[in-house]
Ligand binder design. Structure first.
Ligand code: FES
Ligand code: FES
Length: 159
């Protein structure tokens, strides 16, 4: 039997009817229609489905939608400031840290959470912060460069 829930995604409220066993990634993609969140492995291994829940990177393929009422969910679509990309999004483009793009939304959301907690991370801290996000294409060097670049941009903006 389906249950009626209200989810707050990117500052908007969505009323959805879902079965208690439905995972958040499926509600975000299929019910709400925000397909920026990717579903890779579906078992918690790849990080492609990462969203922020109350600011924390969370695997939406392992999170039941019913557990998310009253929480603030951010997907990649909610990161930009109107038509202006978030500095982390812009840095991934500027540093060529995107190839097929499948890992990118999750990478960017994990990076954003890392920089919110640690605005000037070392390379090791970046690697640790992104340890749950796998990329099959880039070899990570450009991703790490992008996170460093975003940190610099955000530090300048904060002045
Ligand atoms: S799809 Fe969620 S971790 Fe791979
Ligand atoms: S850019 Fe293709 S998986 Fe990361």
């Amino acid at each position: 039997m389906k249950k009626l829930l209200t989810l707050e995604i990117n500052g908007e409220r969505f009323d959805v009817a879902v079965s208690p066993a439905t995972f958040l990634v499926d509600v975000i993609r299929e019910t709400v229609g925000l397909t920026g969140t990717k579903k890779g492995c579906g078992i918690g291994d790849c990080g492609a489905c990462t969203v922020l829940i109350d600011g924390r990177p969370t695997l939406s393929c392992l999170t039941l939608a019913v557990a998310c009422t009253g929480k603030s969910i951010t997907t990649i679509e909610g990161l930009s400031r109107g038509t202006e990309l978030h500095p982390v999004q812009q840095a991934f483009i500027d540093k060529g840290a995107i190839q097929c793009g499948y890992c990118t939304p999750g990478m960017i959301l994990s990076s954003t959470a890392l920089l919110a907690e640690n605005p000037s991370p070392s390379e090791e801290e970046i690697k640790h912060g992104l340890a749950g996000n796998l990329c099959r294409c880039t070899g990570y060097v450009k991703i790490i460069e992008a996170v460093k670049h975003a940190a610099e941009t955000m530090a300048k903006e904060a002045k």
